[in-house]
Design a binder for this molecule. Structure first.
Ligand SMILES: *[C@@H]1O[C@H](CO)[C@@H](O)[C@H](O)[C@H]1NC(C)=O
Ligand SMILES: *[C@@H]1O[C@H](CO)[C@@H](O)[C@H](O)[C@H]1NC(C)=O
Ligand SMILES: *[C@@H]1O[C@H](CO)[C@@H](O)[C@H](O)[C@H]1NC(C)=O
Length: 401
């Protein structure tokens, strides 16, 4: 031990000697540079009398004059909303094997030319079923081609129920909608077994009078039993690397609950604002990425990813409305040709024989920017709900608790 320690001190002394030499060399170099600079600046060779320091100083002042502190984050954080116009919604409707029929029916009931749609059947669905959906979207319905606002995901994802691949699939669709979907205000993801309870005219009409930056996401930090059952176990989703669908599996080790951010959980239905989707996807702040990686090993990550991101992001926290619009705007879980669907069609939506809800847009020549809405009873229900939520006591102070 002692010889090791002795060797170590010797080594240190040698290093210190070398350092001294190095320092001397550097400081002499520095002094000569400064001397040369000074001679150059004060010599008459300059046309104007500005010294180097003045030049540098001016440059900096000019930069600051444009806008005070210029962090990339704060500049990027201000994404625009399209207030003033009637809102537009961007939908993802996704399903798996055998969901094709339901998905088509839901899409028609949800259809409006103002909106944007992405439909996705996951890799578990047989190739024929996926091709049939793509064919139907691209050639089957005349309206879709005229307006051009429905897209089928061709490169399907493998989506594991309760696994993080559900989240990546949602983000994938949101990315497609951001890139190709033009202007839209809210993103809504539904599954093929969901069905609307109000018409799009109802929804667009009601949403036209509320701030576009609101996020409807039911959430709580009271994770309760989920701490033991969800947050501590570590799971692996084979959908992240395999082509075959199989269930998630558990690692033997458990992990502790995060301390860098608080976990939130809540409902799987949500209506998220465009600025928040941009924040989640473009990642000008690292939080969405970090949380995404954390949730890669989280059982039922779909129940918590967006909730945790939004509630830990200072700039979005206050935009949350603690409701998922479930049972007001949409419901599940419906099987193929469920008789309840027929009742919803006739009693709530007024679906026509062709499967579409003929709102204000259908009687005119179909226009992508059709602005004529015919809201019905559904609009009243949604309006009552939303105005109740926004005017509730403590709305402003009870976000993300
Ligand atoms: C919407 O996406 C989230 C995140 O992937 C998921 O948790 C949720 O189940 C989806 N909602 C519906 C209704 O499919
Ligand atoms: C959010 O609301 C809280 C409580 O009203 C307030 O203290 C905070 O400054 C708000 N944050 C932002 C970013 O507006
Ligand atoms: C959108 O609406 C405006 C005014 O209502 C109209 O002039 C325009 O042609 C419409 N655009 C499309 C693509 O139909």
């Amino acid at each position: 031990m002692e010889t090791v320690a002795g060797n170590f001190t010797k080594l240190q002394q040698q290093l210190q000697k070398k350092q001294k030499w190095f320092l001397l060399l550097i400081s002499s170099l520095l002094i000569s540079t400064i001397l040369i600079l000074l001679t150059v600046t004060f010599s008459s060779g300059w046309n104007n009398s500005a010294s180097t320091t003045q030049l540098l100083f001016r440059r900096r002042q000019q930069q600051q004059g444009q806008s005070s502190p210029r962090f990339a984050e704060s500049k990027l954080a201000k994404t625009e909303t399209f207030a003033g116009k009637l809102p537009r919604l961007a939908y993802l409707i996704s399903g798996s094997a055998g969901d094709g029929v339901n998905l088509k029916r839901a899409l028609k009931a949800l259809y409006h030319p103002r909106n944007q749609y992405v439909v996705h059947l996951d890799l578990e669905a047989p190739v024929e079923e996926r091709l049939e959906l793509i064919r139907w979207v691209n050639e089957g319905e005349k309206v879709f081609q005229e307006v051009g606002n429905v897209r089928a995901v061709v490169r399907s994802n493998l989506v594991t129920y309760r696994g993080p691949t559900m989240v990546s699939n949602t983000l994938h669709a949101a990315a497609i909608l951001l890139r190709d979907g033009g202007e839209w205000d809210w993103f809504i993801n539904l599954s093929a077994s969901d069905y609307p309870l109000v018409t799009q005219d109802d929804l667009l009409h009601t949403l036209s009078s509320i701030p576009r930056d609101l996020n409807f996401i039911e959430h709580t930090s009271d994770i309760g039993w989920k701490e033991d059952q969800r947050a501590r176990p570590v799971i692996i989703d084979p959908g992240l690397y395999s082509l075959q669908k199989s269930d998630v599996f558990w690692a033997t080790e458990k992990r502790s609950v995060p301390t860098a951010y608080r976990l939130f959980t809540g409902s799987a239905w949500m209506m998220l604002s465009r600025p928040f989707i941009e924040y989640s996807l473009w990642g000008w702040d690292n939080l969405p990425r970090i949380v995404l990686m954390y949730y890669a090993n989280f059982l039922s990550s779909p129940e918590g990813y967006f909730h945790t991101v939004i509630c830990n992001a200072e700039e979005f926290k206050n935009t949350t409305v603690n409701h998922d619009l479930h049972f007001i705007s949409w419901a599940r879980k419906f099987g193929k040709n469920d008789p309840v669907l027929d009742r919803i069609d006739s009693e709530l939506l007024g679906v026509s024989a062709d499967g579409f809800v003929h709102g204000g847009w259908f009687s005119k020549n179909i226009k992508a920017n059709s602005t004529e809405l015919k809201p019905g009873n559904g609009a009243r229900r949604v309006k009552n709900l939303i105005s109740g939520l926004l005017s509730a006591e403590g709305f402003r102070t009870s976000h993300c608790i």
